[in-house]
Design a protein around this ligand. Structure first.
Ligand code: TXA
Ligand code: MG
Length: 322
């Protein structure tokens, strides 16, 4: 079983494991990451192994500073401006991979681009101390909900990894926004912790949306965020025995008969809702209800990412997990 060590005491143990090519679950401001040395193929393979993730999914390489980022990726002026504005923080930039970057090809799944992010807090310090980029997907079994607390990571992956660094609840609560600059325009590949409008304000133009030809963000496969229960979105009425995921001060009809009820944000605050999303889904899933009804969440600002994750959680399961 993984050791669970508080972040303020875990730095040396985490460094020793990463230097030995092991994987470590770490807190970031978005969700917990399952980190390994991005230059060490064996470490990266261990990440895939622990997650049970299909190998064609490329990973985000996390960096400590801009100099490290520029040694790995080739930055056009707009990508650099976005990095300056949002790093460290919940934005991932896909840029061309630099020749001789030292990144193991398993990280990029053979693509000639790389996803880069500079995390805040423990992760950033850890990478600076290690002096190497860390490949880190969300710390959850492939197809399950991302973990936003140390305990959630330990109960999901604890049997397969040596250490979980416990930094408490992650402040943003959902994954980073992923964008890619194409011919001076910004394409949104995955909505996340930075709202599209904030990026548009820097780019000075509306974001392009939808994947281009080819692979882009394959982590966005239909049931990527699936809980065990079936999800029913935009519910205006609650059926007997259903669990209810609420949003805002007004309740769906029949909410009193819900088997379990949690509110993403009583006041209707989308940032608070994002923070609570995965933990509430996990808790309602554990209530044993076969169906989770979800009240409507507005799609503006961070609501776009929240509705994206909810839609994926509700998508038909071609490959149900056990
Ligand atoms: O907030 C986050 O982004 C968290 C924390 C741990 O940093 N990480 C995370 O990683 O969500 P993961 O592996 O669960 O999702 C990364 C996404 C996947 O959808 C993957 O396909 C996409 O990034 N991706 C990685 N490299 C890419 C590339 N070169 N081009 C397009 N998409 C890429
Ligand atoms: Mg993930």
């Amino acid at each position: 079983m993984a050791e669970l060590i508080a972040a303020d005491k875990a730095m040396d143990a985490a460094l020793a494991l990463l230097r030995a090519g092991e994987v470590v679950a770490i807190p970031t401001e978005t969700v917990y990451g399952l980190a390994g040395d991005a230059t060490n193929g064996e470490a990266v393979a261990r990440i895939f192994e622990a997650k049970g993730r299909p190998r064609f999914n490329p990973l985000i390489a996390h960096v400590a500073d801009m100099a490290m980022a520029e040694r790995i990726g080739v930055f056009d002026p707009l990508s650099r401006r976005l990095a300056e504005k949002f790093w460290p923080g919940p934005l991932t930039l896909v840029v061309p991979l630099r020749a001789g970057s030292g990144i193991h090809p398993l990280v990029t799944a053979g693509l000639d681009t790389i996803a880069l992010r500079m995390p805040k807090g423990f992760g950033g310090t850890l990478i600076a101390r290690l002096g190497r980029p860390l490949a880190a997907p969300s710390a959850n079994t492939s197809g399950k909900i991302s973990s936003t607390s140390g305990e959630a990571v330990a109960s999901d992956l604890g049997g397969r990894i040596p250490l979980v660094v416990d930094g408490g609840a992650t402040p943003v609560g959902l994954e980073s926004t992923i964008v890619k600059v194409e011919d001076g325009k910004v394409r949104l590949l995955r909505p996340g912790g930075v709202a599209a409008s904030e990026i548009e304000a820097v780019a000075g133009a509306p974001l392009l949306r939808g994947a281009t030809a080819g692979i882009e963000a394959p982590g966005m496969l239909a049931s990527h965020y699936a809980p065990g229960a079936v999800m029913r979105l935009n519910a205006g009425i609650v059926g007997a025995g259903e669990a209810l995921l609420g949003f805002g001060p007004r309740r769906a009809e029949g909410w009193q008969q819900a088997r379990a009820f949690l509110n993403l944000s009583e006041s209707g605050d989308l940032r608070e809702a994002a923070t609570n999303l995965f933990a509430h889904l996990q808790a309602l899933d554990r209530s044993g209800a076969g169906m989770i009804a979800v009240e409507p969440v507005p799609s503006e600002e961070l609501g776009e990412a929240i509705n994206d994750r909810l839609a994926r959680a509700a998508a038909p399961r071609d490959n149900p997990h056990v």
